[in-house]
Design a protein around this ligand. Structure first.
Ligand code: SF4
Length: 473
């Protein structure tokens, strides 16, 4: 089990990093803006969102059927399908393939599913050196960090920091500009592509009808990872299934416009089976690990629509909390609004039970989510589950319904006491208010009761009849 997350501490430490806060705020702002422009410029985008949600509803209602269908079609095309119930099983499958091949090096394109199961660490333990080939992932691998965004993993770093990192790790000149930095990374990565025994990728979509894998990248590293090494291993969550190949254009449109505001990403790599006779490129072996890791049980529960997530990152780009504290404060592979929900569902409330509190319930995440996942409802539901599990103190639990809610006299007396406390509290100087009324009041005023009419007197008047009810006056 993961160590319990401490949201308050993590946020405090994130807020003290001004460079990170500025970098995340700036990039999230840009990504949010381009997503808005891309959605507005596509007639029918809202209808497409409805279509996408309905197609994914069909998949999440029949997850096992589509995963098995995919596996059958993949094998018919010459690939090998492996089912993994959880992370350890997936790691065992991948490390066994590597051991059978005598592999010592692997290149990898960006995949949050491999982060979810800590694949790099397992391969390293098995004697396989792994190189991340997505530029953002390459940067954070050199820095010894974890991704802070599911689409832009190094969003928290600025150019000067990357230049310094490359100078120290790769021996490049200090203070390089963006284009030169890209050139340095390309030179370093090319050698590793050519030497790699295995290419490891994720998948944005897995087409059940044809056993096809589809990946979107902007750097072409996904294509090189899948085309150059002799063996490709794909790790894909079974939630990534789509029913038919004809669904792919619609989902690609939803994904790329929501993620980076692009009509289409620079590269869309579509793979059906390994290299065939007469073909000049592509892996000679193609293994696809179909990972469950809690997805089947999500499909039958109240959070089913989390399985529809396209990992576009739009919810985090638009979230006021994520934009302020950045991704590392969530201390999870999945940050932002989708991570607040997914992390406790995947790794338990004990470890991540405080993450649903990293939400102001402003509703912006649901507005921009291409799959219309009801994220604010899910945050609320998780809070309820957590509080119900805690339970009220036994004394209060027994007394509250019986005394306060059960007897109008006690209820009215209780309200009067609360009113008096609130009215005194609201007059306290703001410097000492938080000590008395809690941290909620650090940046808010305590409203003074009695301003305007209270519900009970309004209701009493209303009961007296239409002429004398408060609505008319
Ligand atoms: S929850 Fe929605 S907006 Fe957030 S990453 Fe998933 S698909 Fe994108």
């Amino acid at each position: 089990m993961k160590a319990p997350h401490n949201l308050r501490k993590a946020c405090a430490s994130a807020l003290s990093d001004e460079v990170m806060c500025a970098a995340v705020g700036k990039m999230a702002n840009i990504l949010s803006f381009v997503r808005g422009a891309a959605a507005a410029s596509y007639p029918g985008f809202e209808k497409l969102r409805d279509w996408g949600r309905d197609r994914k509803m069909e998949v999440s209602a029949n997850l096992e059927f589509y995963a098995r269908r995919f596996a059958g079609r993949l094998e018919a095309a010459g690939g090998v399908a492996h089912f993994a119930r959880n992370g350890p099983e997936a790691l065992k499958i991948v490390t066994s393939i590597a051991a059978d091949l005598g592999a010592v090096s692997a290149v990898k394109s960006k995949s949050m599913t491999t982060e979810e199961i800590s694949l790099n660490e397992a391969l390293l333990d098995a004697g396989v050196a792994v190189t991340e080939t997505d530029l953002g992932e390459f940067i954070i691998q050199l820095a010894g960090e974890k991704p802070s965004h599911i689409v832009a993993p190094a969003i928290h770093k600025n150019r000067a920091q990357v230049a310094q990192l490359f100078h120290e790790a790769l021996g490049s000149e200090p203070g390089l500009g963006v284009e030169e930095l890209v050139r340095v990374a390309r030179r370093a990565l090319r050698k590793r592509f050519l030497a790699a025994d295995i290419g490891i990728t994720g998948a944005n979509f897995a087409v059940a009808q044809t056993g096809t894998i589809a990946m979107v990248t902007n750097e072409g590293n996904g294509r090189l990872t899948s085309a150059l090494p002799p063996v490709q291993i794909v790790i894909v969550g079974i939630d990534k299934m789509i029913p038919e190949l004809s669904d792919l254009p619609g989902f690609l449109t939803l994904l790329t416009r929501s993620a980076t505001g692009q009509a289409i990403s620079s590269y869309v790599t579509i793979i059906t089976g390994p290299r065939r006779q007469g073909e000049e490129e592509g892996p000679r072996q193609l293994h696809v690990v179909l990972l469950d890791n809690g997805r089947t049980s999500l499909a039958s529960g109240p959070f089913r629509q989390m399985l529809h997530c396209l990992h576009c990152g739009a919810c985090m780009n638009n979230c006021p909390v994520y934009r302020t504290v950045g991704g590392h404060a969530y201390q999870s592979v999945y940050p932002g609004p989708m991570g607040d929900v997914l992390s406790p569902l995947l790794w338990g409330m004990e470890a991540y039970g405080d993450l649903p509190d990293a939400c102001t319930l402003c509703g912006r995440c649901e507005e921009v989510c291409p799959m219309r996942i009801p994220l604010p409802d899910y945050h609320r539901k998780l809070r309820e589950i957590r509080e119900e599990a805690k339970g009220a103190p036994p004394g209060l639990k027994a007394l509250a319904p019986a005394l306060l809610a059960g007897h109008p006299l006690f209820y009215r007396a209780g309200l009067g006491i609360v009113r008096r406390i609130l009215s005194r509290g609201s007059r306290l100087p703001s410097a000492i208010l938080p000590a008395v009324a809690g941290e909620w009041t650090i940046c808010r005023e305590l409203p003074e009761p009695g301003q305007g009419r209270d519900f009970r007197s309004w209701w009493a008047d209303r009961q007296k009849g239409p002429d004398r009810n408060g609505e008319k006056s």
